[in-house]
Design a protein around this ligand. Structure first.
Ligand code: GTP
Ligand code: MG
Length: 227
């Protein structure tokens, strides 16, 4: 499994852009933002380690890796601003702490569909992981055809001066769902310059999403029969 930690981010840069987008001059507010942003980063490291351990244990016991790969990202300060504003809230640390739970995000790409729910179950049964929000877009795909299991969890982070809870968004999906989501994302991006593309390709993409789901289901059956 290839599992890079979240991209390196520069706290000073994050602070500077937060100051810019919020107009916040108060040092206390800026410090709270910096601490919260870093707390989310630490939370993401905690969850990544848990996922790596689960994958390694499963490989050790059953000679199968549920996780194909993981991607971690920290939300850019500019998207943070967009998200807070889209919820009709002022851009400040209280809005962020109370409403934005995906500053740290982990995408877990699994080999098979069963692995998605195995990862969810074994992560959530850990006594220090708390489920905050769950959306199962596999059981209930989006109108576009998008499939993925979205969780927001909170995890304790032990810092130098005590323990704090950090929210982390975990998106779990199969390789087929991931391949589909990347292409559909590209279509949406390109549609900004050529609006006709969406009409041209989205019906096909929608049916491919369910064909891919069928294929992955059958491939999993073969995989199980061979195990
Ligand atoms: P908030 O994060 O609180 O806004 O709610 P949410 O997590 O439920 O939002 P949503 O479920 O819409 O998912 C957010 C993320 O999922 C996006 O940033 C994408 O990465 C992914 N996503 C959701 N829907 C689609 C879709 O139709 N196509 C693609 N390619 N990705 C999607
Ligand atoms: Mg989200």
């Amino acid at each position: 499994m290839n599992s890079p930690r979240p991209n390196f981010f520069n706290l000073n840069k994050a602070l500077e852009s937060f100051q810019e987008i919020s107009g916040q001059q108060d040092l206390h507010g800026l410090e709270r933002f910096a601490n919260y942003y870093h707390l989310c980063y630490e939370g993401s490291n905690e969850i990544s380690t848990k996922l790596e351990n689960l994958d390694s244990e499963f490989q050790f016991k059953y000679s199968h890796n549920p996780i194909h790969h993981m991607e971690n990202r920290m939300k850019e300060v500019s998207s943070l601003k967009r998200k807070v504003e889209s919820k009709g809230l002022p851009v400040n640390i209280d809005s962020i702490e109370g409403n934005i739970f995906d500053i740290a995000g982990i995408r877990v790409v699994t080999n098979y569909l069963n692995d998605v729910y195995y990862i969810e179950k074994t992560l959530l049964q850990q006594s220090d992981v708390t489920l905050i929000k769950r959306k199962d877009y596999i059981k209930n795909p989006k109108e576009s055809g998008y499939r993925s299991l979205h969780l927001v969890v909170s995890v304790p982070v032990f810092q130098s001066d005590g323990v704090q809870s950090a929210p982390v968004e975990v998106q779990i999906r199969t390789e087929g769902m991931d391949m589909w989501a990347s292409l559909e994302h590209k279509l949406r991006y390109k549609t900004k310059t050529d609006p006709q593309l969406i009409e041209k390709y989205s019906p096909d993409l929608k049916s491919y999403a369910s064909e891919l789901a069928d294929i992955e289901k059958h491939m999993q059956e073969i995989h199980q029969a061979l195990s």
